[in-house]
Design a protein around this ligand. Sequence first.
Ligand SMILES: Nc1ncnc2c1ncn2[C@@H]1O[C@H](COP(=O)(O)OP(=O)(O)OP(=O)(O)O)[C@@H](O)[C@H]1O
Length: 258
Amino acid sequence: MTRLELRHMRKSFGALEVLAGVSLDVGAGEFVSILGPSGAGKSTLFQLLTGAIRGEGDMRFDGAPLDGARFAFMPQRDALMPWRRVIDNATLGLEVQGMTRRAARERVAPLFAEFGLAGFERAWPAELSGGMRQRAALLRTVVQQRDMLLLDEPFGALDALTRAAMQRWLEGMWRSHRWTALLITHDVREAVLLSDRIYVLSARPARVVREVAVPLPRPRTDSAALAREAAAIEAGILDTLLGQPTPINDHPMENRND
Ligand SMILES: Nc1ncnc2c1ncn2[C@@H]1O[C@H](COP(=O)(O)OP(=O)(O)OP(=O)(O)O)[C@@H](O)[C@H]1O
């Protein structure tokens, strides 16, 4: 079942055309990534989704015009508030929704172990490692129990090893929870490891140049066979990204009759 449908999304900032007609779908319980060059307009697309800015095009969720409140959004920087303890950062989204801090703490506390943060409830953000901070930020995002997660380069600021560990952890978390998720990333390997499907964007003004299904079995742990298949998918995507602007649509959205 399709949950999110974007059709022909366009956005310009003055004379700068950023999105030149982006169409994509995300199904229920599907993990989809958007890959594209820096400055292509990926974050702009998320701003349109959350209603932070307006553009042209059609955005639907479960068939109805989109309402930004559907999404729980995790930004590039973890944005933990340094003056709130970790548990009080985790409750922030719920408190903004009107829940009392006490009720919000009761909801988030049992999740600390699953997010690898047990024992750090009363720590300050500065006492956490980079990976722990990102897990705390993701905890704050998912407890809001919105219909869909928007993840904007959640691991972009982490060192390579922590990033690899976090990607595996997120893949495991997604398998347990089956969140409907849309991830923005520059990292082809990350997109292949995590996603069911990947939309590859062109450089600005962005359009979808390729839609790639990732039919690899899960869990996506290290087996030689899986690594070979993943590497072949990665290589194909890199060819598309580096060889732009040649459009190679595997399943061209723009040609659908809808
Ligand atoms: N509010 C704004 N006003 C003017 N220009 C903007 C605004 N927001 C974004 N832009 C421009 O739009 C372009 C796309 O920006 P955006 O942040 O969406 O790209 P991105 O693909 O997410 O980049 P990156 O991968 O580097 O984060 C950039 O050239 C940026 O300078």
